[in-house]
Ligand binder design. Structure first.
Ligand SMILES: Nc1nc2c(c(=O)[nH]1)N[C@H]1C(S)=C(S)[C@@H](COP(=O)(O)O)O[C@H]1N2
Ligand SMILES: [Mo]
Length: 255
C-alpha cells in the first residue's frame, strides 16, 4: 500500500509538470495497481517498450480449442492425479530464488488473477482464440524472490515424448524457457482456466503457461516446475526447449 501511495504521489508530482502523460494508457495501468509491472520497470524494461499481444472479445472465442502435441499423459501418476481432481498437484518454484515455493492448485487460485482472450498461433499453421485465467508469473516470481544471477525461467512439464529406437529408445521430457523480460510481462500467466472452466486434459490440465507474445510451442502444458537459472546450457539438450533441442526450432519465437 505504501509503495502504491508512493507511486500515486510520484505520478501526481509528475502530472503537475506534464499534462500529456495523463492521457497515456500505461500511466493509468500503473496507477491502477498492476503491481507486477513495477519490477519490470525496475529491471530497466522501460514502459514504452512493453508490447502487448492483441486481446479479443468474448464473441471471438473459438468454439473448440483444439489440442496439439501431447494431449494426455499415459502414466499411472497422471491418471491418479486426474482421478482426484489434481488436489495433490504441486507447482514448484526453484533454482535461483530466495524462497522456493511449492504451490497447490488452490494456492494458484487464491492469487490475484488475470483473464485474457488471446490468439494462439501454432507453427503447424493453425490458430485458436481462447480466454485464459491465472496468476501472472511475475507475482509468483516476486513471492519467490528472484536472485540477481538469474537470467532465464525454465518451465518443467509432466509429459514426455519417446524418441529413438532399439537401444537408443528414451524418454525425453517436454520443457520450455524464456528470459526475464517475457517472464515479467503482464500477459505471461500460469493458466488454470480455459474459457472459465478448469483446463481440459488436452490443453494441459491442471496448469499451463501462456506466453502471449510467442508461438504455441513456448506455452508449456502440464506444468510442474518453474526453475530460475543463469544459463540454459545444462538444461536437457541446452537449447532452451524440447522442440529447440530435437528439431532446431527458434528459442525466441516472438510474434
Ligand atoms: N507440455 C507440453 N506443452 C506443450 C506441447 C506439448 O506437447 N507438451 N505442445 C506445444 C505446442 S506445439 C502447441 S501448439 C501448444 C498446443 O496447446 P493446446 O494443446 O492447448 O492446443 O502447446 C505447446 N505446449
Ligand atoms: Mo505448436
Amino acid at each position: 500500500m505504501q509503495r502504491r501511495n508512493f507511486i500515486v504521489a510520484a505520478g501526481a508530482a509528475f502530472l503537475a509538470g506534464c499534462n500529456k502523460i495523463s492521457d497515456s494508457k500505461w500511466f493509468e495501468k500503473l496507477v491502477d495497481g498492476a503491481e507486477s509491472w513495477h519490477r519490470g520497470l525496475h529491471r530497466g524494461l522501460g514502459m514504452g517498450r512493453i508490447t502487448m499481444a492483441p486481446e479479443f472479445e468474448r464473441a471471438d472465442i473459438s468454439p473448440f480449442f483444439r489440442g496439439n502435441g501431447n494431449q494426455d499423459i499415459e502414466t499411472d501418476e497422471y491418471r491418479a492425479a486426474q482421478a482426484d481432481g489434481f488436489a495433490n498437484w504441486r507447482l514448484e518454484v526453484t533454482g535461483l530464488v530466495d524462497n522456493p515455493l511449492s504451490l497447490s492448485i488452490d494456492d494458484i487460485r487464491a492469487l490475484p488473477q488475470r483473464t485474457q482472450i488471446t490468439r494462439h498461433d501454432c507453427v503447424e499453421g493453425w490458430s485458436a482464440i481462447g480466454e485464459w485465467t491465472g496468476p501472472q508469473l511475475s507475482h509468483l516470481l516476486e513471492a519467490a524472490g528472484v536472485q540477481a544471477e538469474a537470467n532465464f525461467v525454465v518451465f518443467h512439464c509432466a509429459d514426455f515424448f519417446t524418441r529413438g529406437s532399439g537401444d537408443n529408445r528414451r524418454r525425453v521430457d517436454y520443457y520450455e524457457s524464456c528470459d526475464l523480460d517475457d517472464a515479467m510481462h503482464p500477459q505471461t500467466i500460469v493458466a488454470h482456466l480455459l474459457n472459465g472452466e478448469p483446463l481440459p486434459v488436452r490443453n494441459g490440465a491442471p496448469l499451463r503457461m501462456r506466453l502471449e507474445r510467442q508461438l504455441g510451442y513456448k506455452h508449456a502444458k502440464y506444468l510442474t516446475g518453474i526453475e530460475l537459472v543463469a544459463s540454459l546450457d545444462d538444461i536437457e539438450g541446452g537449447k532452451g526447449g524440447y522442440w529447440e533441442d530435437v528439431a532446431g526450432y527458434q528459442w525466441y519465437a516472438g510474434i
